[in-house]
Design a protein around this ligand. Sequence first.
Ligand code: ZN
Length: 208
Amino acid sequence: MQSSTGVRFEAVFLSKNAPDDDGIDQLIYWCKRFDELNLAPKSAGNLSVRTKKGFIITATGVALGAAERGNLAEVVAVEIEQARIVVHAKGKLTPSKESVLHSEIYHSRPDINAVFHVHDQLVVGLAGELDLPCTEGEQPRGSYELTTEVQRVLGLRKNARYLVLRNHGVIAIGETMAEAGKLAEDMNKLAQNLTRRKRAKNAGNARI
Ligand SMILES: [Zn+2]
């Protein structure tokens, strides 16, 4: 699994005040929910919601289960250079390194107001069987290559609201956080059911 991008990620803080927005409570609800569902091991996963100026996103290095008002960041601009990604933010902590991915999705999909990325290993392992849109190959996390590949997959399926990042995780997007969150939960349930059916079938075969 690749983790190093070779791209420098920098945050420029416009203010150290924690962001304030009506959507924050619901964003925190979903962070805790995905933690309960074990879809965000350690500090994996990042969730964001669109605001008037940009988007509010979870911080880098903070587990979703520990998300709270004081450790969220608002990203108001993302600059992409060859070996450098500069994120202009408000807040106390550095926004998620996947901010560039969230930024590009909001930019290209004006209908989308929530982007949830979690590490659903069950769905990742069953992406082919579930016939889900999936990135080709594996791009480093937090890289511009990953963002470009996600944009390519979303461009091929203009109405797609869910896709798999190969060997990595999933992205659920929606007009609302409730839509994106429910989608991520439903896909997890689907993968659990399929796994159960496969286990039952294998156990049945073993008895023959
Ligand atoms: Zn990830």
